[in-house]
Design a protein around this ligand. Structure first.
Ligand code: SF4
Length: 332
């Protein structure tokens, strides 16, 4: 499959002064296939949001490369960068905070199109915003209303309509359901999935747990403390997770069947997420890993392809080519 977005060795460091550097994203390489959804998962503080923002150019990268549809963003002219802003859009986590309370729904959704001077007539502007409202399952009667008149789910739909206004090819949804009631989370995920299919969007769906990601993602990448620790297809990740951190995240998802739930082995992670300002030497996960060995302190595991399209950064999985597959452990 064609990669629509190719990220290599991306770094985003924040200089906090007094020789303190926050390595929010440290040497992350991954691809997003054209017309597919990549889920990015990890606890808060793992760098996933910073990663998304750095890919979009909202934050300036500290190192590495972002290739968008075959073109290195470093080689783009100013005009191409402006066009790129149209082609890549973001859906924000908190629909309350991301919408200006004093703007009508019409102005909120039309704003990105106004920036690009897309309309000569107010009539066309209204018609287009009306279409977008319908696409996200809202009534055209909402055009002159204000964000406070809507529920959280409706506000997130307005945020989605706004992100789709410029007909982007690539969308990053940054925890789009975390601020919503559980009852509306599935509806918003369903809407995003449907829009992604209808429009052939390439999407990155950022989330802090693996439960909803399963329904929307073709591929999943797991991040921990600024590092990518595992990436593979959604099916393989849920059936055969290899990194101990992925296994722990999966074991935390409750299973509705009590018989299965009872027999299941849960992996409880000890301790808190270490500070990314002062990450552990060697493997960044070693302070919480139930399988940590001596080598985990002395050597940082690199991301290796252990099976076709399945990448893992862990000394338990030294790579398919080393013939040491017997050391692979699976605890689920
Ligand atoms: Fe655990 Fe070591 Fe693998 Fe890190 S490299 S995840 S500490 S076993």
């Amino acid at each position: 499959d064609n990669a629509f977005l190719e990220v290599s060795h991306l770094k985003k460091y924040f200089d906090l002064g007094h020789d303190r550097i926050l390595k929010a994203v440290d040497d992350v390489s991954l691809n997003v296939r054209k017309g597919k959804t990549l889920g990015i998962v990890g606890e808060s503080g793992c760098g996933k949001t910073t990663f998304g923002r750095t890919v979009l150019g909202i934050y300036e990268k500290s190192g590495g490369k972002v290739v968008f549809d075959g073109k290195d963003t470093d080689d783009m002219s100013e005009k191409e960068h402006f066009q790129l802003k149209k082609r890549m859009q973001m859906i924000f986590q908190d629909p309350y905070a991301s919408l200006n309370p004093r703007s009508t729904v019409l102005d909120l959704i039309a704003e990105p199109m106004d920036i690009h001077h897309l309309f000569k007539h107010g009539r066309d502007r209204r018609t287009r915003v009306g279409e977008l409202l319908q696409e996200v399952g809202l009534s055209v009667d909402f055009l002159n209303r204000y964000p406070h008149e809507f529920s959280g789910g409706q506000r997130q739909r307005i945020g989605i309509a706004r992100a789709l206004a410029l007909r982007p090819e690539f969308v990053i949804a940054d925890e789009p359901i975390s601020a919503l009631d559980v009852s509306v989370q599935a509806q918003v995920v369903q809407l995003l999935k449907q829009l992604q299919k209808e429009k052939g969007l390439t999407m990155m769906f950022i989330a802090h747990d693996l439960s909803m990601v399963k329904y929307i993602s073709d591929d999943v990448a797991v991040m921990y403390l600024g590092h990518l620790v595992e990436q593979t297809s959604s099916r393989v990740l849920y059936d055969r997770p290899l990194h101990p951190y992925t296994q722990a995240l999966l074991s935390a998802i409750p299973i509705p069947d009590p018989d299965v739930e009872e027999k299941r082995k849960r992996i409880i992670l000890s301790g808190d997420l270490p500070s990314p300002i002062n990450p552990p030497d060697g493997c960044v996960f070693r302070t919480r890993c139930p399988f940590a060995m001596a080598i985990c302190t002395s050597e940082k595991p690199s991301l290796k392809e252990v099976a076709e399209g399945h990448y893992v950064a862990c000394h338990l999985h030294p790579g398919a080519k080393s013939g040491d597959a017997a050391r692979m452990k699976q605890v689920l």
